[in-house]
Design a protein around this ligand. Structure first.
Ligand SMILES: C[S@@+](CC[C@H](N)C(=O)[O-])C[C@H]1O[C@@H](n2cnc3c(N)ncnc32)[C@H](O)[C@@H]1O
Length: 652
């Protein structure tokens, strides 16, 4: 993964290096770099081409193969995000969302990163002084630095003739190879010939490249022969697999009950089960044409569920829940994504440092990193690190928090402002509390509560390590809250949940959840959300917001809880989370209809967003009074900034 981050870079050298590098050396260095990049491009084109040829033949058989989906998704997403990040660091979502709503003032990210925005502007000047690099440029710069090391390795392994060729050819583009290219071919440098051939064949690469070769016809014949050979090979392979006969797929037939019984007696053949999963999905996706006589959709679904439970290790309850949520193909993507660890991400503690300084410090320790994405100015993805990320001097000094990318989202949505009074109702171990405190620049007050005293130890430790001084920790059941303390400008309820969004971190969720667990959790979540709402002061001049989040993807714990809150508290409404990615929440689900505004909530999935499964809803409380059905007006204790006690009339 680190290589990916390295490869994408084409940024200036880190300043330290540039300062100490003479002009001539730099030119030479740039040439070598150009050479190495070109060489790598050629090699990857060659590889791509080969697999393309082979892939075309096997595509039919493998069309529904979901195995690489999550990884591919992840790769392209990360690459895309990184590219986007390079292009524009200004368009922060939290900020944009807040502006759009005209509710959150400047947005969270302006506060700690004023300097960043200045830097962004300066960066556009094209100046290459260190002070003018924004954090992303810096991260990029470092990756580039590593890239150069890698490139030097590549260069050192290159044939001398090729090296000198590129040196001379420095200013030429790949699409304008010169006589030197030809002479290379003549002199029989095999690798060059091969690269050129592959390049030639690669649609994605520059189309002008092939015109440089003299014996095009010979090469073309050679290429045809190679292709034919590959086709034959692929055919043999496919026929051996019994999947293709004369270009058609063989009819997939469900195993009989006897065959299923016999299967149980033999050691499980995972690849056969995986193949059957794909075949059943293929049939289900084109049922009228591909079904076999006598087998119903339910027969296929039952077999599919059995196979997926076995193959991915889920219990039937969760399998059913997830198949309610996703199409079968998407469910497979979700399962696959859960088999892959999410990238390690960290959040810069802007109370102590800036992202670019942190990135530089970590890079100096050999850490390979990149900004998470353009939606955050404080997050970094760690691709690899020679030192444990939780034990660097920067970590110890509180310069960052190891925090899942998804865990940034509710705080971005909450957008706490300086000098506000904020409640984090279930705060331990404190990723979100400490982010709130940082956005508030250690002003105002954060009340960090959690019902679990043990977990609060980590919360307290993080608060100290990160240098947070505006936060108090308390240990109540959140349901007591409006009575304990109220009148908050904003409340975050990052609710206890089943964790179905974080299976890649905790695989036990696959088998240890039942409907009873979900029922218990949703009951608690519903009580907590009402407490959270009642703890907010609707008359707050800057706030009046509640954010509800879970790391679960079940509708029971997400939309259903939010819908419940809307029905019980007519003094609130859903507003935009300010997050411009994620899927909209469900407005109806399996026969249940939710309030149409549920589409303002956001869902995040590992297979779609390369982050933990997550749900975020943001409410605005517009009144402290609740009108009941029989027209009574109730003012729940804790809504206003001060609790009002009626004076008892003295009976004497
Ligand atoms: C999802 S975790 C919170 C993670 C935390 N917000 C963070 O970002 O680090 C849910 C938390 O809810 C706490 N919790 C469970 N029941 C609670 C209750 N009745 N009142 C308050 N907190 C509760 C758990 O102890 C757990 O720490």
């Amino acid at each position: 993964m680190g290589r990916r981050a390295k490869n994408k870079q084409d940024a200036p050298l880190p300043l330290a290096q540039e300062k100490s590098t003479g002009k001539v050396t730099k030119i030479l260095h740039d040439k070598l770099k150009h050479l190495a990049v070109r060489d790598r491009k050629q090699q990857s084109a060659a590889l791509k081409n080969r697999s393309k040829n082979h892939g075309r033949q096997t595509e039919k058989r493998k069309s529904s193969e979901a195995e690489p989906a999550a990884n591919k998704n992840k790769r392209s997403k990360q690459a895309k995000e990184s590219e986007d990040e390079d292009e524009d660091e200004e368009g922060d979502v939290g900020e944009a969302g807040a502006q759009e709503l005209e509710l959150d003032g400047d947005g969270w990210d302006n506060a700690p990163l004023e300097s960043d925005s200045e830097i962004d502007e300066d960066d556009d000047d094209g100046s290459d002084s260190m002070a003018e690099f924004d954090s992303d440029a810096n991260a990029e710069e470092q990756s580039d630095d590593e890239d150069e090391d890698e490139e030097e390795d590549v260069v050192s392994q290159m044939p001398l003739s090729l090296l000198s060729d590129d040196e001379e050819d420095d200013d030429n583009d790949d699409d304008e190879p010169d006589a030197q290219d030809d002479s290379d071919e003549i002199s029989g440098i095999e690798s060059y010939d091969e690269f050129a051939t592959d390049d030639d064949d690669d649609d994605d690469d520059d189309a002008a490249a092939p015109v440089t070769f003299r014996d095009m016809e010979k090469r073309s014949l050679k290429l045809d022969a190679k292709r034919k050979q590959m086709e034959e090979l692929a055919d043999v392979e496919l026929k051996a697999a019994g999947a293709v006969v004369d270009g058609e797929r063989a009819l997939f037939v469900l195993p009989t009950p006897e065959e299923i019984e016999a299967e149980k007696e033999t050691p499980p053949d995972l690849s056969a089960i995986q193949h059957r999963i794909q075949e059943i999905i293929r049939v289900l996706n084109n049922f009228s044409e591909l079904r076999t006589e006598g087998s119903s959709r339910n027969d296929y679904m039952d077999q599919l569920k059995r196979d997926m439970c076995f193959y991915y290790g889920y219990n039937e309850f969760l399998m059913d829940k997830l198949l309610d949520l996703f199409t079968v193909s998407e469910a497979v993507e979700f399962f696959e994504a859960n088999e892959v660890a999410r990238p390690v991400t960290i959040r810069t503690n802007t109370l102590k440092t800036r992202r670019r300084d942190l990135a530089q410090a970590l890079i100096n320790r050999g850490v390979n990193l990149d900004p998470i994405g353009k939606w955050t100015k404080v997050g970094l993805t760690i691709f690899d690190s020679p030192v444990p990320v939780g034990a660097t001097p920067e970590y110890m000094a509180g310069h960052y928090m190891i925090q899942a990318a998804s865990s940034f989202l509710p705080v971005i949505a909450l957008a706490p402002q300086e000098k506000e009074k904020v409640l984090d109702m279930s705060a331990a171990p404190g990723g979100k509390t400490t982010y709130c405190a940082a956005l508030m620049k250690n002003t105002g007050m954060v009340v960090a509560n959690d019902a679990n005293k043990d977990r609060e130890k980590a919360l307290v430790a993080n608060i100290h390590r990160l240098g947070i001084s505006n936060t108090i920790v308390c240990n109540y059941d959140g349901r007591e809250f409006p009575k304990v303390m109220g009148g908050f400008d904003r409340v975050l309820l990052d609710a206890p949940c089943s964790g179905t969004g974080v299976i890649s971190k905790d695989a036990s969720v696959k088998i240890n959840k039942s409907q009873d667990d979900i029922n218990m959790l949703t009951h608690l979540q519903k009580e907590l959300i009402l407490s959270a709402i009642d703890s907010v002061n609707a008359d707050s001049s800057t706030g009046g917001y509640i954010v509800y989040s879970t790391c679960s993807v079940t509708v029971d714990e997400d939309e259903a809880v939010v819908n419940y809150a809307l029905s019980k508290r007519p003094n609130i409404k859903l507003v935009s989370t300010g997050l411009d990615f994620g899927s909209p929440g469900f407005t109806s689900f399996r026969g249940h209809t939710f309030h149409p505004s549920l589409n303002l909530t956001r869902r995040f999935y590992p297979h779609a967003h390369n982050m933990d499964g997550f749900f975020v809803a943001k409410f605005k409380k517009f009144s402290n009074k609740i009108k009941t059905a029989d027209n009574k007006v109730i003012v729940p204790a804790g809504s206003g900034s001060k609790r009002k006690h009626k004076k008892k009339k003295n009976s004497n």
